[in-house]
Structures are given as C-alpha cells and as structure tokens.
Design a protein around this ligand. Sequence first.
Ligand code: SF4
Length: 171
Amino acid sequence: MVPISPVEARLLLDIVDGLPEMERSTIKERFKAAIERMEEAGLMSQLRQQIKPVGPEYKELGLRYFEQEVPCPFLENESCSIHPQRPLVCREYLVVSDPENCKRKNGKPIEAIKMPSEASKALTSIDGPTEFTNWVPLILALEWAEQNPETETPRPGTDIAARFFETLTAR
Ligand code: SF4
C-alpha cells in the first residue's frame, strides 16, 4: 500500500505538478485508475481512514490491496521514476529475497532487512497539532494533498527536526 506521511503526500503533489504536461497527465491517469480499482475492490473506505489501521486489520487490508495487482503510479519500466525523491517507506523496504517471491504466487517468503528504527513513521509526527492524519496510502497522495493544503504557521526547522528525532528515538 506504500503508506506515506502527509508531508510526503504534499511533496509528491508538488513533484507531479512540476512535470511536463504529457508526463503529468500519464501519472495522474495512473493515480485515477488505481483509485478506481480499489473502489471496485471495496477497499477505499479503509484506505481513506485518517488513522492507519493496525494489527490484523492492517495486514488483511495490505493483502487485499496486493491482490489487486495495481502497480505504483510512479513505476516506469520496472523502475521508480522518482527514485531520488521517493518516500521514506520505500527507502526502508530493503528486500533481499528473489524478486519472483514478491509475486506471492510461488508461495516463497519475502525476506527484508529489518530497520532498527523507522524514519518513515517518525515523519508522520512532524505536522502540527491541527493535523491528525498519520498515513496516506500513496495512491491517495495527490487527492489528499489537494484537499489538505498546508495551513500550519511556519515553524523553525530546528523545532521540526527535534520533533522528528524525539519520535524516532522515543526520547
Ligand atoms: S520506490 Fe518508487 S515506484 Fe516503488 S513504491 Fe516507492 S515511489 Fe512507487
């Protein structure tokens, strides 16, 4: 599902809006098609929840999402077209098993390196107190960012960084 933070959703909207017209239309069409597919599968009400589901509910949602076989809208010729700007959760997903296993059809496990801490989750904490969305599934990034423009009063970068590291280290 590629769960990203609100700040990354706004960044992805900026990236897409900055693309040349043809690329932008192609990417936006992919986002639209992905949302329509999830609507058909009956997953949108869960995907639009402002608080990320946890435990078995999250796992079940992830599996049902995966079964739809909807590629990330940024995937281009099997590569990430926004690689230098990809979300943190993508950077943390370090798979070391055979890529064939990712199809889940051969029944073999996907092995990934476990992160000692998850910066992607800490990033969800840096928005101000008026925000209470703690995840945005990537296919909803553009829609969410358009509906939720930044309204917070600007804060010093040091405060934002301190909040991020407090959450990351639990100190
Ligand atoms: S690495 Fe790129 S293509 Fe893959 S899920 Fe993340 S943004 Fe999408």
